[in-house]
Design a protein around this ligand. Structure first.
Ligand SMILES: *Cc1c(COP(=O)(O)O)cnc(C)c1O
Length: 452
């Protein structure tokens, strides 16, 4: 009997992360200081991040060793399985072979602990006592709470107030792992107090929560800040996903023709796809690599490739990326993790160079695909992940039409057990499909910093 799950032994887990910077045909544009418009240096980031992570942010080294203590924690749920979706292939009637990498096995239920654990470790090495961060629906906050718990670091999470009130379960997870989670805007920071004074009933936003977390980290010597996506070091840590997958494909005697991941800030996609991109860039493999986003937040497919701020309050350095503008206000989309206005500069660069593809889907078609997947394979994926499921399904159906037995691989970034409210709305026919208006993209241009 041919196996369905391809497991690596713990001893075969990769011991290095892969840094795509080393293999890019053209170097990425520099990160720029908003005041001087000059490339930033390590010291500019030092108030917010430990030097170990700043070095990783800027390194050109191809492989970076994973510290032993990080490996030990990874081993609690890694290596994660690569699964051949045989039942789903049958249900779709496709000759394609479909594989998914299942990141829902982590304690927080997504890929996010892969970087949270690494970030907590590098902070610990430099004596950092506290870490602040922001979270929307709570995926990132819970992953960082888990990681800080392992290294005895205090963790303070500013959670967008509307989610804090409406989605108590991830907040309770953070509390279970010993983190403090407070609704943002809060009276703990200047930024929060200012906003509360202007609009006491504000639901909050990710942009505001970032401003609060950054302000507190910058103001205190014992505190650093942590970001769950977008930055190079985050993409680097996530490559454990793709590196394991490469080994698993070798064990299966197969190799993907099409590699797919959903994109919010870009980290699960990059983590899965970049090791395959290495084979494409260096060994000339002819792999199609596809990033999938919501039509309500179409950063790659409708955004502009420009320098922009990472947050609403314009406090971060400027990143060259696809952006919908830092003032972007997302529609009430269920895939909370895909609502960011920007995109990882590395993913943006690859897209701009024509080395990866991008697709956008509406919410309903993604939930429909996720249910088909759940009925065939059992797993109820996160609303974010459902975008990758939809793209894999469409590729599989195209194979059926053309009678082609392609190999399709997607990253199943997380489970949806805390998102059943979204599934409930889908069953009730209450999910609304929004497409972000072109007009808004044009308006955002006016707000971008005038740098080319
Ligand atoms: C946060 C999240 C995402 C989106 O973030 P990326 O940085 O683009 O990966 C996707 N899937 C799940 C399950 C998430 O929690």
């Amino acid at each position: 009997m041919e196996s369905v799950k391809i497991f690596l032994n713990e001893s075969e887990m990769p011991r290095h992360w892969y840094n795509i910077q080393a293999d890019l045909p053209k170097p990425m544009p520099p990160v720029i200081h908003p005041g001087t418009h000059q490339p930033i240096g390590p010291q500019d980031l030092a108030p917010l991040f430990p030097m170990g992570l700043i070095e990783q942010e800027m390194t050109q080294e191809r492989y970076v060793e994973i510290p032993d203590e990080v490996v030990d924690i990874y081993r609690l749920w890694r290596p994660s399985p690569l699964v051949r979706a045989r039942n789903w292939e049958k249900a779709l009637g496709t000759p394609a072979r479909i594989y998914y990498k299942w990141e829902g096995v982590s304690p927080a239920g997504s890929h996010k602990p892969n970087t949270a654990v690494a970030q907590a470790w590098y902070n610990k090495q430099e004596g950092v006592k506290r870490i602040t961060t922001e979270t929307g629906a709570g995926q990132w906050g819970s992953a960082l709470a888990l990681a800080c718990n392992f290294f005895d670091i205090e963790c303070k999470v500013f959670m967008v107030r509307v989610s804090f009130d409406q989605k108590p379960y991830r907040r309770l997870m953070m509390q279970s792992w010993g983190a403090t989670c407070i609704p943002s805007p809060s009276d703990h920071t200047e930024a929060g107090r200012r906003i509360l004074e202007e609009s006491p009933d504000t639901p909050g936003s990710l942009g505001i929560a970032i401003s609060e977390a950054v302000e507190e980290a910058a103001a205190r010597d014992d505190t650093k800040y942590s970001l769950g996506s977008v930055l190079n070091h985050v993409m680097l840590h996530q490559t454990i996903i793709g590196l394991e997958s490469l080994k698993q494909f070798e064990m299966a005697g197969d190799y993907p023709d099409i590699v797919i991941g959903c994109v919010g800030g870009g980290s699960n996609f990059a983590g899965f796809a970049f090791p395959f991109m290495r084979d494409k860039l260096v060994d000339g493999k002819d792999t199609r690599v596809v990033a999938v986003e919501p039509k309500a937040c179409p950063t790659l497919t409708k955004g502009l490739y420009r320098y922009d701020f990472g947050d609403t309050a314009c406090t971060t350095p400027l990143l060259r990326m696809y952006t919908l503008g830092h003032r972007f206000i997302p529609a009430p989309l269920h895939a909370g993790g895909l609502r960011y206005h920007g995109m990882a500069p590395s993913v943006s660069h690859l897209y701009h160079e024509g080395l990866i593809e991008a697709k956008a889907y509406h919410q309903n078609e993604c939930f429909e695909a996720a249910l088909g997947f759940a009925r065939a394979e059992g797993h109820l994926v996160a609303p974010e992940t459902s975008h990758a499921v939809r793209a894999a399904m469409e590729e599989a159906l195209a194979c059926k039409d053309r009678g082609e037995a392609k190999v399709i691989a997607f990253n199943a970034s997380g489970h949806g057990h805390f998102d059943m409210g979204a599934y409930e709305k889908y069953f009730a026919g209450e999910i609304v499909d929004y497409a972000y208006p072109e007009q808004k993209v044009a308006e955002a241009l006016a707000d971008l910093p005038p740098i080319d």
